[in-house]
Design a binder for this molecule. Structure first.
Ligand SMILES: [Zn+2]
Length: 121
Protein backbone atom coordinates (compact mmCIF):
# COMPACT_ATOMS: atom_id res chain seq x y z
CA UNK A 1 0.00 0.00 0.00
CA UNK A 2 1.76 3.07 -1.23
CA UNK A 3 1.15 6.79 -1.41
CA UNK A 4 -1.11 6.48 -4.47
CA UNK A 5 -3.16 3.79 -2.77
CA UNK A 6 -3.69 5.93 0.31
CA UNK A 7 -4.41 9.01 -1.79
CA UNK A 8 -7.27 7.16 -3.43
CA UNK A 9 -8.50 5.68 -0.16
CA UNK A 10 -8.64 9.12 1.44
CA UNK A 11 -10.42 10.61 -1.55
CA UNK A 12 -13.06 7.91 -1.27
CA UNK A 13 -13.44 8.07 2.49
CA UNK A 14 -13.68 11.86 2.60
CA UNK A 15 -15.55 12.22 -0.67
CA UNK A 16 -13.24 14.92 -1.98
CA UNK A 17 -11.15 14.87 -5.12
CA UNK A 18 -8.13 17.18 -4.91
CA UNK A 19 -4.98 16.75 -6.94
CA UNK A 20 -2.53 15.18 -4.51
CA UNK A 21 1.17 15.91 -4.83
CA UNK A 22 4.21 14.87 -2.83
CA UNK A 23 7.69 16.30 -2.42
CA UNK A 24 9.21 19.69 -1.69
CA UNK A 25 8.32 20.97 -5.17
CA UNK A 26 4.70 20.06 -4.57
CA UNK A 27 4.66 22.28 -1.51
CA UNK A 28 6.08 25.13 -3.55
CA UNK A 29 3.10 24.86 -5.90
CA UNK A 30 0.90 25.58 -2.90
CA UNK A 31 2.80 28.59 -1.59
CA UNK A 32 3.38 30.04 -5.05
CA UNK A 33 -0.37 30.12 -5.52
CA UNK A 34 -1.19 31.75 -2.21
CA UNK A 35 -1.89 28.66 -0.14
CA UNK A 36 -0.35 27.92 3.22
CA UNK A 37 2.01 25.13 4.16
CA UNK A 38 2.71 24.05 7.68
CA UNK A 39 5.85 22.06 8.45
CA UNK A 40 4.85 18.97 6.53
CA UNK A 41 2.15 19.77 4.06
CA UNK A 42 -0.78 21.93 3.12
CA UNK A 43 -3.61 22.47 0.74
CA UNK A 44 -4.80 25.00 -1.75
CA UNK A 45 -8.24 25.69 -3.03
CA UNK A 46 -8.65 28.77 -5.16
CA UNK A 47 -9.28 29.68 -8.76
CA UNK A 48 -10.64 26.24 -9.39
CA UNK A 49 -7.44 24.62 -8.16
CA UNK A 50 -7.82 22.08 -5.40
CA UNK A 51 -4.46 20.67 -4.39
CA UNK A 52 -3.22 18.78 -1.35
CA UNK A 53 0.56 18.51 -0.97
CA UNK A 54 2.82 16.73 1.48
CA UNK A 55 6.58 17.02 1.71
CA UNK A 56 7.29 13.33 2.22
CA UNK A 57 5.25 10.62 0.52
CA UNK A 58 6.20 8.15 3.26
CA UNK A 59 4.19 10.12 5.79
CA UNK A 60 0.71 8.78 5.28
CA UNK A 61 -0.39 10.34 8.57
CA UNK A 62 0.48 13.77 7.22
CA UNK A 63 -1.44 13.00 4.05
CA UNK A 64 -4.49 11.99 6.08
CA UNK A 65 -4.14 15.12 8.23
CA UNK A 66 -3.97 17.47 5.24
CA UNK A 67 -6.77 15.66 3.44
CA UNK A 68 -8.90 16.14 6.53
CA UNK A 69 -8.14 19.87 6.46
CA UNK A 70 -9.21 19.95 2.83
CA UNK A 71 -12.42 18.15 3.82
CA UNK A 72 -12.97 20.67 6.63
CA UNK A 73 -12.46 23.54 4.25
CA UNK A 74 -14.92 22.20 1.70
CA UNK A 75 -17.50 21.44 4.31
CA UNK A 76 -17.11 24.79 6.01
CA UNK A 77 -17.98 26.43 2.75
CA UNK A 78 -21.14 24.38 2.78
CA UNK A 79 -21.59 25.36 6.43
CA UNK A 80 -21.23 21.81 7.50
CA UNK A 81 -21.44 21.11 11.19
CA UNK A 82 -19.17 18.69 12.95
CA UNK A 83 -21.05 17.27 15.87
CA UNK A 84 -23.18 20.11 17.07
CA UNK A 85 -20.84 22.90 16.16
CA UNK A 86 -19.11 24.40 13.21
CA UNK A 87 -15.46 23.61 12.92
CA UNK A 88 -14.31 27.13 12.31
CA UNK A 89 -12.13 27.22 15.38
CA UNK A 90 -8.47 26.68 14.48
CA UNK A 91 -7.65 24.52 17.47
CA UNK A 92 -10.64 22.29 16.88
CA UNK A 93 -9.70 21.93 13.25
CA UNK A 94 -6.19 20.84 14.20
CA UNK A 95 -7.36 18.38 16.83
CA UNK A 96 -9.93 17.01 14.40
CA UNK A 97 -7.28 16.58 11.69
CA UNK A 98 -4.84 14.86 14.05
CA UNK A 99 -7.51 12.54 15.37
CA UNK A 100 -8.55 11.69 11.86
CA UNK A 101 -4.95 10.89 10.90
CA UNK A 102 -4.54 8.63 13.91
CA UNK A 103 -7.82 6.88 13.12
CA UNK A 104 -6.85 6.48 9.48
CA UNK A 105 -3.42 4.99 10.25
CA UNK A 106 -5.01 2.54 12.64
CA UNK A 107 -7.28 1.20 9.88
CA UNK A 108 -4.16 0.01 8.07
CA UNK A 109 -2.12 -1.08 11.04
CA UNK A 110 0.23 1.83 10.49
CA UNK A 111 1.77 3.92 13.18
CA UNK A 112 3.62 7.15 12.82
CA UNK A 113 4.56 9.51 15.60
CA UNK A 114 1.74 12.00 15.85
CA UNK A 115 1.53 14.23 18.85
CA UNK A 116 -1.59 16.31 19.14
CA UNK A 117 -0.18 19.70 20.06
CA UNK A 118 -1.72 21.79 22.75
CA UNK A 119 -2.65 24.85 20.78
CA UNK A 120 -3.56 28.05 22.50
CA UNK A 121 -6.86 29.60 21.58
ZN1 LIG B 1 -3.08 20.83 10.57
Amino acid sequence: MDFTYHSNELKNKLNIAPVILAGPEACRVITDNGGTITQNGGFLWNDGQFIVAVKDENHIGTLAHEMRHAWQYMNQVKEYKFGNKNIYDKREKEVNAYKYAIWYLKQYGLSEPINIPKLSR
